[in-house]
Design a protein around this ligand. Structure first.
Ligand code: HEC
Ligand code: HEC
Length: 293
């Protein structure tokens, strides 16, 4: 018993400094985090001072690397580290110390932070409760989409939409036919692929019944679909009279016209709050291993 206690004590000693390190990120905290006006000012400053090297939206340019990306783990540095790089530059490279007041540097950092995170990190302003009403009411989103355990099955579950997408890509999904823009970490693709993972299908059975829904799977012998009745249907292909698969999903992309500007804004305020923040990015080299006591 005594041995066990002192062993636990040793373990605590070894782990405590590590815990402290995790809890408090190095350097000062970003004073503008979550402030929408600072993001907008930061974007303007970024476009004036950084786009020429790092490209629009941090996607990378001829001289500077991408500073916002999904596929590079070391890009997820803290705001304090980004601040230091902008203030002090990287010696021996074109990244010279940027001559900006500290407050302006923080605003640029805040803008970069929004580009790096998903919607949940920087939810859009608006009346969230009203947005929820629009989702289930006028927008009819729930006839196709599942949200927090309620709704339809013929479209992707949106319960974690703000944890996986940027605010911009959510609003594009509602307004543009070609909109699948961002990977989870935020690299900007040049081309926008058509949404084609939930294809509408119309099946006519041997007895002339027509069933509509989305295609799950098909091969030469069988076809599986989710009907608009939210039921799974399995068919033997040989027994079907007709199968029509549409090349494009039924997601309406004119919600900026179907809804009033206020309804649209509030819907986005609601959507950009649905989800969990992504786990913090892995650090270069991974976390240090605790020492054996
Ligand atoms: C003259 C071109 C130029 C300008 C202007 C410039 N940068 Fe850079 N920046 C670079 C280059 C080149 C690097 C890569 C340095 C290196 O090799 O480590 C870099 C690196 C960085 C990094 C670190 C990237 C990483 O992955 O390690 C950040 C963050 C950054 N710049 C932000 C900014 C911001 C914000 C601005 C505007 C305030 C800016 N830079 C202006 C060229 C530039
Ligand atoms: C008629 C059915 C239907 C309705 C109504 C509908 N959607 Fe969709 N939605 C879809 C389908 C199907 C997809 C998937 C498209 C694909 O990937 O092929 C989709 C995709 C999306 C996406 C992108 C999901 C992702 O993972 O990137 C978002 C966001 C979205 N819908 C939000 C909404 C909202 C908000 C509403 C209501 C204002 C709505 N949808 C109404 C069918 C619908």
């Amino acid at each position: 018993m005594k041995a066990a206690r002192s062993f636990a004590g040793l373990l605590l000693c070894a782990v405590a400094p590590l815990l402290a390190q995790r809890g408090a990120p190095p350097g000062p905290a970003n004073p503008f985090l979550g402030k929408t006006e600072a993001v907008a000012e930061g974007e303007t400053l970024y476009n004036q001072h950084c786009t020429k090297c790092h490209g629009a939206g941090g996607g990378g340019g001829d001289i500077g690397p991408a500073i916002v990306s999904a596929d590079r783990l070391d890009i997820g540095v803290s705001d304090a580290q980004t601040f230091n790089i902008i203030k002090n530059g990287v010696a021996g490279t074109p990244m010279s110390p940027q001559r900006l007041p500290e407050a302006d540097i923080w605003k640029v950092v805040t803008y970069i932070h929004t580009l790096r995170g998903t919607a949940i990190d920087n939810p859009l302003p608006g009346d969230v409760a009203h947005g929820e009403q629009v989702f289930w009411g006028k927008g009819q989103c729930g006839t196709c989409h599942m949200m927090s355990g309620r709704g339809g099955l013929t479209a992707p579950d949106l319960s974690n939409i703000a944890g996986t997408r940027k605010a911009r890509s959510i609003s594009d999904a509602l307004t543009k036919q070609q909109h699948r823009v961002y990977g989870s970490g935020g690299a900007h693709l040049q081309a926008l692929p058509v949404m084609d993972s939930y294809l509408p299908v119309y099946v006519t059975t041997a007895d002339g019944k027509i069933i509509e829904g989305v295609l799950l799977n098909e091969d030469g012998y069988s076809l599986q679909m989710i009907g608009n009745d939210n039921q799974l249907h399995l068919f033997d292909r040989a027994k079907l009279r007709r199968v029509v698969v549409e090349p494009r999903s039924l997601m309406p992309t004119d919600y900026d016209k179907r809804l009033t500007p206020d309804e649209f804004k509030d819907l986005l305020a609601f959507l950009t709050r649905q989800g969990r923040p992504a786990p913090p990015p892995a650090r270069r080299g991974g976390p240090p291993e605790p020492q054996e006591p």
